[in-house]
Write a new protein. Structure first.
Length: 261
């Protein structure tokens, strides 16, 4: 099963480009869920969601809708004395798990997270803290991209997050690898000019993909689909709703929809 959606749905700058003018914020998710079967919740990186919040979000979506959640920053960036954060995060997921709407946790590590024994030890700790929950790891450093890493992830039932982003030598290249029953792809955009030098965070993700650029991923994603039970594909080039167009293009390319549809 391939799930295609966007990284987040709650953006003020989507009003006009995507959400009709006058659509109340509380109606954004219901509107979004008419077009896409999945979304990646990113606010959970900044604050651990409450179970009641996730229960309300689940109630606004169809029965077959799925959520993935980014791990809280204390689970990936502040990696000491964080056992309580893990426990709180896991407890908050219960409404999604019980309703069958939980996809996985995305643990996005910073560029400073090095591919060494200390890093591997922390991944073991993370796996232990999250028990048997499905987890996907997103690395930022290129030195993680090697066979030994993929073997380690498979051994510990951790998924690998494939990324499309600017082709800097220090960043993760556009490899397509599945190391668990979940495959995961994020399209960050290729705005090389603004990736490192920007005044506002959204500038990094201000990018419109061409169809040719997305077509590069079609055989890769189908290959991931062959190995994984579920494949999540998210557009993260979110500025002014560009992610919506990217996700729609991917739907057309990956599901062989007829043009009139």
């Amino acid at each position: 099963m391939i799930y295609i959606g966007t990284s987040g749905f709650s953006y003020k700058d989507w009003v006009g480009p995507y959400y009709p003018e006058g659509t109340p914020r509380q109606g954004w998710l219901e509107f979004y869920a008419r077009d896409f079967p999945v979304t990646e919740l990113n606010f959970s990186y900044y604050r651990v969601p409450s179970a009641s919040t996730l229960e309300r979000l689940a109630a606004k979506t169809p029965a077959d809708f799925v959520f993935t959640l980014k791990a809280h920053q204390d689970m990936t960036h502040n990696r000491e004395g964080n056992e309580e954060v893990f426990a709180e995060f896991v407890d908050s997921l219960q409404p999604l798990i019980e309703s069958g709407k939980f996809g996985c946790i995305l643990a996005q590590f910073p560029w400073s997270f090095k591919a060494d024994e200390e890093g591997l030890d922390y991944l073991r700790f993370l796996r232990q803290q999250l028990s048997d929950l499905p987890v996907v790891i997103e690395f930022r450093r290129r030195d993680w991209i090697r066979d030994e890493t993929f073997e380690f992830l498979e051994e510990h039932d951790l998924g690998f997050c494939c990324v499309d982003q600017p082709r800097f030598k220090s960043l993760v290249p556009p490899v397509a690898v599945a190391t668990s029953s979940i495959a995961y792809v994020r399209f960050h955009g290729r705005n090389a000019k603004k990736w490192w030098q920007h005044k506002e965070a959204w500038e990094r993700y201000d990018y419109t993909y061409s169809e040719e650029e997305l077509e590069e991923w079609v055989p890769k994603i189908h290959k991931l689909e062959e190995k994984a039970d579920n494949t999540f594909v998210f557009a993260n080039n979110h500025w002014e709703g560009q992610a919506v167009q990217t996700a729609r293009q991917l739907q057309m390319l990956l599901t062989d929809l007829e043009p009139e549809r």
